[in-house]
Ligand binder design. Sequence first.
Ligand code: NAI
Ligand code: MG
Length: 350
Amino acid sequence: MTGARIAVIAGDGIGGEVIDSARAVLDAVSARHGIELSYTEFDWSCQRYQQTGAMMPEDGIETLRAFDAIFLGAVGWPGVPDHVSLWGLLIPIRRAFRQYVNLRPIKVFDGVRSPLRTADKVDFVVVRENVEGEYSEIGGRMNRGFPDEMAVQESVFTRVGVSRIADYALELARTRRGYVTSATKSNGIVHTLPFWDEVVAERAAAYPDVQVDSEHIDALAAKFVLQPQRFDVVVGSNLFGDILSDLAAAVAGSIGIAPSANLDPTREFPSMFEPVHGSAPDIAGKGVANPVGAVWSAAMMLDHLGFPEAAADVLAAMEATLAQPQTRTRDLGGTASTAEVTAALIAELG
Ligand code: NAI
Ligand code: MG
C-alpha cells in the first residue's frame, strides 16, 4: 500500500485542536516517505447530538466501514451525559468493527517528569480486551423504586475472546522483551477469572520463548506504582485493562501524551486511533492542549497501515521535542502552545 483512506472524527473540545496538529505532522512525514493519505472529516460530536439528538447518523457505522482507519480526537461535552457520548459513538465503533484489542503504550520520555521517582526506564504496553468481559449489555434492574430494588450485570468471558487477546499479547511480547503479565483476580472472582487464567496458560504454552506471570489486579496496581520498570506487556480483561491503562498513563507523567489504538488485528474492519485524554473543556479553545497524545496515536496508525519507518520518524520527532523545555506544553511544566509544539515536530521531520 502506498496510501490509505482515513476517516477523521475530531469530536469535541480540544479534539479538533490536537487532530489538526497531528494531521500537520502526518502531512510532513507522508511527504517525506511518499505516502498518500486521504482524509474525510465527520462532524460527529456532542455538538451534533445537541442539534440532532444523535452523536452520529444512523448509517454512521456503514459509512466508516469503507475506510482503512479511523482517527478520533475526543468526545464529551458538559450538558451531554458521558454515557451518551460513549455509547452513542465510541462503543458502537469498537464493537461493530470487532476492535478487540485496546493497545496503550506507556513510556517515560526524557524531559517528562513522572510523579514517581524511578531512575529506570519505564517502557511497557497495556493490552486491554476491548469487546467483552465486564462491559456487557447482559443484565438488568428489577423492583425499581422499592426497597428490594436490585441490579445484575453479567461478565462475559469466551474461549475465543480470551484466546485471541492472549495471543495478541504473546505475539507483541515476542517483538519486545518477551515478558507478559496477565492481570487476574481468580482468588476472589471464582468463575470467569480462573477461566481467563486457564486459557491464558494454554495459549502461553504455544510461546515457550515468552515468560508469562499472572498477578492479582490489586497487587498489580501497587506494582505499577512501585516498580513500573519491570513490565513489558500487560494483558487484562476489559475492566482491568481500562483501569490499569489510566493508572499507567498517570505514571508516565501526563494524560496529554498517552496514545491508544483500538485494533481489529484481522484487518477485516477499520481500526481506530485516538489519544487517551478527553475533550478537556477547561482548556478548550485556548491553543494550549498538548498534541503529543494525538501525534503518537497517529504514529500507531501509520504503523498499523504498513508504514513502520514513518511511524518511527514521528516517534523520534516526539522524543526530540519532549526533551527540549521550550517545546513542552503547560501540562508538562512548559509554556509552549499547541502550534509551537506542532511546528517543532514538523521541523524535526525535516
Ligand atoms: P480530560 O482528559 O478531558 O481532562 C482531564 C484533565 O487533563 C483536564 O484538566 C485537562 O485540561 C487535562 N488534559 C487532558 N488532555 C490534555 C492535553 N492534551 N493537554 C493538556 N492537558 C490535557 O478528562 P475529563 O475532564 O474527565 O473529561 C472531559 C470530557 O471528555 C468528558 O465529557 C469525558 O466524558 C470526555 N472523555 C472522552 C474520552 C474520549 O473521547 N475517548 C476519554 C476521556 C474523557
Ligand atoms: Mg478509561
